[in-house]
Ligand binder design. Structure first.
Ligand code: ADP
Length: 259
């Protein structure tokens, strides 16, 4: 063995992409897409060439969070031109489908869509491609890990036990698929009341750090429950595009991940 895997004979890894970071979670709704878009923007602000692929096929959030809703062009019907937003090159299955229609696909169709988004999109030269994965441990994760050989995975969880329980399964999957886990992120960690300053641990606190310690994995940081984070996401301009404390937290996370 030796050298970095390329995804094997039927690789779907885009050739101009230096590293691929998979952002995963066990459960939906824990902030995986929010972390993906903010991390992408934070890395782009530091001068990196960044791509963001929304592979959350059942619930693509990136068009909304990155503020894009144009259908990507494909002049020759084969190569798809990605879109640009906040300094990031992006593509989402949500841009190709009717946003009000449910995706009811079996495994082979899901894998076909992932393959198309990886290898038919003109990603160009990128320092890093961030892949916002679907929650859980299904076909898309399996295909991505086996055929795109991600450089590493980040696992996002809230500190709540039910979220951690599923996060452990995601970690086990990456282990089995030999995808290095770069670390764990605790999202929705605490809530500071903006009126009275009281700090509430709505989903608990510290559970992800403890879990990382138990598993011998890096703990990459905690992000609070924050109204502005939610509003910025809904508004299509990730909070990392600004310069407040949350933007600084994402800049630190970006620093830790890409040296
Ligand atoms: P996932 O990708 O894990 O399903 P999302 O990133 O879509 O989760 O987040 C679910 C919801 O929670 C979204 O409405 C998002 O704006 C909100 N959210 C995520 N992280 C935070 C946070 N730290 N503070 C406040 N709201 C958040």
């Amino acid at each position: 063995m030796g050298g970095h895997p390329t995804g094997g004979d039927n690789s779907i890894r885009p050739s101009g992409v230096k590293s691929i970071l998979a952002v995963a979670s066990g459960k939906g709704g824990v902030g995986k897409s929010t972390v993906s878009s903010n991390l992408a923007v934070a890395l782009a602000k530091q001068g990196r060439k960044v791509g963001l692929l929304d592979a959350d096929i059942y619930g693509p959030s990136q068009p909304r969070m990155m503020g894009v809703n144009k259908r990507p062009a494909s002049p020759d019907g084969k190569i798809i031109e990605p879109l640009q937003a906040h300094g990031v090159t992006m593509m989402s299955i949500g841009l190709m489908l009717d946003p009000d229609k449910a995706v009811v696909w079996r495994g082979p169709m899901l894998m076909g869509a992932l393959q198309q988004m990886m290898s038919q999109v003109r990603w160009g030269e990128l320092d890093v491609l961030i892949v916002d994965m679907p929650p859980g441990t299904g076909d898309v994760q399996l295909t991505l890990c086996q055929r795109a050989a991600p450089t590493g995975a980040l696992v996002v969880s809230t500190p709540q036990d039910v979220a951690l329980l599923d996060a452990r399964k995601a970690l086990d999957m990456f282990n089995t698929l030999k995808t290095p886990v770069l670390g764990l992120i605790e999202n929705m960690s605490t809530f500071h009341c903006p009126k009275c300053g009281h700090e509430a641990q709505i989903f608990g606190h510290g559970g992800v750090k403890d879990e990382a310690g138990r598993l011998g994995l890096p703990f990459l940081g905690a992000l609070p429950i924050d109204l502005d984070t939610r509003l910025a996401g809904d508004d299509g301009t990730p909070i990392a595009a600004g310069d407040g404390p949350i933007a600084q937290a994402y800049a630190q996370l970006a620093d830790r991940l890409i040296k």
